[in-house]
Design a protein. Sequence first.
Length: 91
Amino acid sequence: MKNEKVTIKEDVSFDPYEELANAIVIQACHDYKKAYKQSLRRSGIVGEADEELAELEAFFRSDWYKQLTEVDGEYIMERIRNDVLKQEKKS
């Protein structure tokens, strides 16, 4: 153990820009889920969650989003909404 050498292989497939783009999209998904849950719980009362939802929906439909990923923004929002509704029914 004393004289062991540690070698670190450089992953040539690692693209920091792609990782950043993925992180941005993932964070937007988390934010959308949180805002959607809050919006459902407030039922009919317009608040910060609704404003955030509108901003996030604009992001998922934006040209910038399309540069970050090939995954359809409408599809992501629909999946998140369906997942939240399923979770709400269980609780």
